[in-house]
Design a protein around this ligand. Structure first.
Ligand code: PAF
Length: 258
């Protein structure tokens, strides 16, 4: 696996794949890899000639610096994880590389980006959409890979792709859960054992696939929202805070599309 940090080096590293006419899979990430990322990397590895993973903790999608600073990260461990999963190219740019002085162009998916996560994290999806469009432009992948755990993020990116005529297929992989049912998330690393026991109410609540039952299950927690959301596919989604950690999760209410 090759690791590059600048846009110039990324372009140079991708040139042979483009010359060969390779199919290129892009998995945008913020690092702190876990089995959820593993499933995206494996799918990209199976379906594409060249697999590119971006690892960038995007400051533009964090409302508060304290949240950004607390985001877990271990580059050495991530590099080993990605290499083991068969990733060809790891792109780890700095914030100055992607947002150089004078940067002032933003992508805003208006209505979808203001609901649910957008309501509780103003500006979040503006940061996500902008960085994803930049990454898609840089890598020009054949397919891009995302997790169903971030169902609203997928919906926002699909809207952006349709609205801006990008003609890019998104591959959305099912949420991967730990043995106790908690969805894998980089933020889980911040849960104490006691927090984790409390957090298990989240998958239990969603598993009911029933709004009232889910509300009852989450009664003891600090709940940002629990809602039936008419996405494609429709989901029962929730966000809760456990200690200083904010967790999101959802379950698909209809059979997932292949
Ligand atoms: O889901 C994430 O990890 C991030 O929101 C993404 C898509 C990498 C954009 O920074």
């Amino acid at each position: 696996m090759k690791t590059v940090v600048t846009i110039a080096d990324l372009r140079e590293a991708l040139a042979p794949a483009r010359d060969r006419g390779d199919s290129v899979g892009l998995v945008p990430t913020m690092g702190a890899f876990h089995d959820g990322h593993g499933s995206l990397f494996r799918a990209a590895r199976e379906e594409c000639d060249t697999v590119v993973v971006s690892l960038f903790v995007n400051p533009a999608q964090f409302e508060k610096d304290v949240d950004l600073d607390a985001y877990p990260g271990d580059l050495e461990a991530d590099m080993a994880f990605a290499a083991e999963a068969g990733v060809d190219l790891l792109f780890t740019p700095s914030a100055a590389e992607l947002y150089p002085p004078g940067f002032q162009t933003w992508v805003e998916v208006e209505e979808l980006g203001r609901r649910l996560e957008g309501e509780h994290r103003p500006g979040h999806f503006r940061g996500v959409a902008t960085v994803c469009l930049k990454l898609l432009n840089l890598v020009q992948p054949t397919r891009a890979y995302f997790g169903q755990k971030d169902a609203q993020q997928v919906a926002v990116l699909r809207r952006m792709i349709d609205d801006l005529e990008l003609e890019l297929p998104l591959r959305v992989l099912p949420t991967v859960r730990d043995l106790d049912g908690l969805a894998f998330s980089s933020r889980n690393a911040r849960l104490t054992p006691a927090d984790r026991r409390l957090a298990l109410a989240l998958p239990r609540a969603l598993e009911t696939r029933d709004l009232e039952a889910a509300r009852a299950e989450l009664a003891g927690l600090d709940v940002d929202y629990v809602e039936l959301v008419d996405l494609d596919p429709p989901v029962l989604a929730a966000a809760v805070r456990v200690g200083s950690t904010r967790l999101i999760d959802n379950v698909v209410l209809e059979k997932e599309k292949p």
